[in-house]
Design a protein around this ligand. Sequence first.
Ligand SMILES: CC(=O)CC(=O)SCCNC(=O)CCNC(=O)[C@H](O)C(C)(C)COP(=O)(O)OP(=O)(O)OC[C@H]1O[C@@H](n2cnc3c(N)ncnc32)[C@H](O)[C@@H]1OP(=O)(O)O
Ligand SMILES: NC(=O)C1=CN([C@@H]2O[C@H](COP(=O)(O)OP(=O)(O)OC[C@H]3O[C@@H](n4cnc5c(N)ncnc54)[C@H](OP(=O)(O)O)[C@@H]3O)[C@@H](O)[C@H]2O)C=CC1
Length: 291
Amino acid sequence: MEIRRVGVVGAGQMGSGIAHVLALSGYEVLVTDTSPEALAALPRTVARNMDRQVTKGTVSGADRDAALKRLRPTPSLSLLGQCDMVIEAATEREAVKIAIFESLVPHLAPRTILATNTSSIPITRLAARTDRPERFLGVHFMNPVPVMQLVELIRGLATSDETFAAAEELVKRLGKTAAVARDYPAFIVNRILLPMINEAAFALMEGVGDVVSIDTAMKLGTNQPMGPLELADFIGLDTCLSIMTVLHDGLGDSKYRPCPLLRTYVEAGWLGRKAKRGFYDYRGETPVPSR
Ligand SMILES: CC(=O)CC(=O)SCCNC(=O)CCNC(=O)[C@H](O)C(C)(C)COP(=O)(O)OP(=O)(O)OC[C@H]1O[C@@H](n2cnc3c(N)ncnc32)[C@H](O)[C@@H]1OP(=O)(O)O
Ligand SMILES: NC(=O)C1=CN([C@@H]2O[C@H](COP(=O)(O)OP(=O)(O)OC[C@H]3O[C@@H](n4cnc5c(N)ncnc54)[C@H](OP(=O)(O)O)[C@@H]3O)[C@@H](O)[C@H]2O)C=CC1
């Protein structure tokens, strides 16, 4: 099935990144969000990120301008009916995603593929809440989307071969590499990465190290570009907590219990970069530990 027009639901970090790479690869992109502010900010955010690539020389100014013309902030879900595929990238809460599918599905053409960018929630369970389990799958981009090469593809129990092939084709056209994960909680990347981030929060809570020592140790000790606490702030502490909760509930092993300190930060509203404060405080010149 030829995909030309793609809808994106959610204009946050991931939705704007997904819209960015889709528009640059020639797709017409309709983006919607419940937050008018997030929707209004979308073209500016994407333009700014594309400018980084123009400065770098990996994208020409003309391609950026053409891509921005293909990017259409869309006030209502109902307008996504004209899309060949819709990718949901809203908040990592199952109830939010299900509510989106329930209001979206009546507007979709029968052949439209519905995908979710969920970090962790079982695809089969989400698919069962739509009218199209055969045309539903996980297309899991990594943050920041314009830079990260990987996309995890996750079939639900009912996902058809045709649907999977269309998603594989889209990933190829984006110039990215697909890894296929089975439909278990948090798939591959977050099944391995988030327990590491959670463990860093436990190390902080137990005083094994302070914020800077933990991040420095892991950056210089294992050559990761960001330390686990810096990365948690980058992902969003609410998203990290949601992923650990899905792992703990889904796999039933106490080793996945979310770190109480991580929960405390989320309850304080210190959600990381997007809230200007998480494990670090981003309100000054340079990030400093927030406690
Ligand atoms: C939670 C989930 O469900 C799944 C996940 O996403 S898990 C998280 C996966 N992501 C990671 O692990 C990210 C780890 N961090 C990194 O790779 C790097 O720190 C980073 C790419 C984010 C930033 O790299 P950096 O060198 O420290 O900083 P920075 O210079 O800003 O960016 C590097 C390059 O990427 C580009 N870039 C960064 N963010 C960008 C964006 N949003 N859009 C476009 N370009 C971007 C920059 O232009 C820069 O290009 P040059 O180096 O050529 O100038
Ligand atoms: N952050 C990351 O590193 C990664 C996240 N993901 C996944 O991508 C998804 C989005 O994450 P992320 O972009 O970080 O989250 P953000 O919190 O940055 O953005 C979520 C966006 O969705 C909006 N939203 C909430 N409810 C609805 C709704 N009913 N309809 C439309 N929009 C809605 C939010 O608006 P408002 O703010 O007003 O609520 C917000 O703008 C999650 O499933 C997450 O697990 C996948 C890979 C990496």
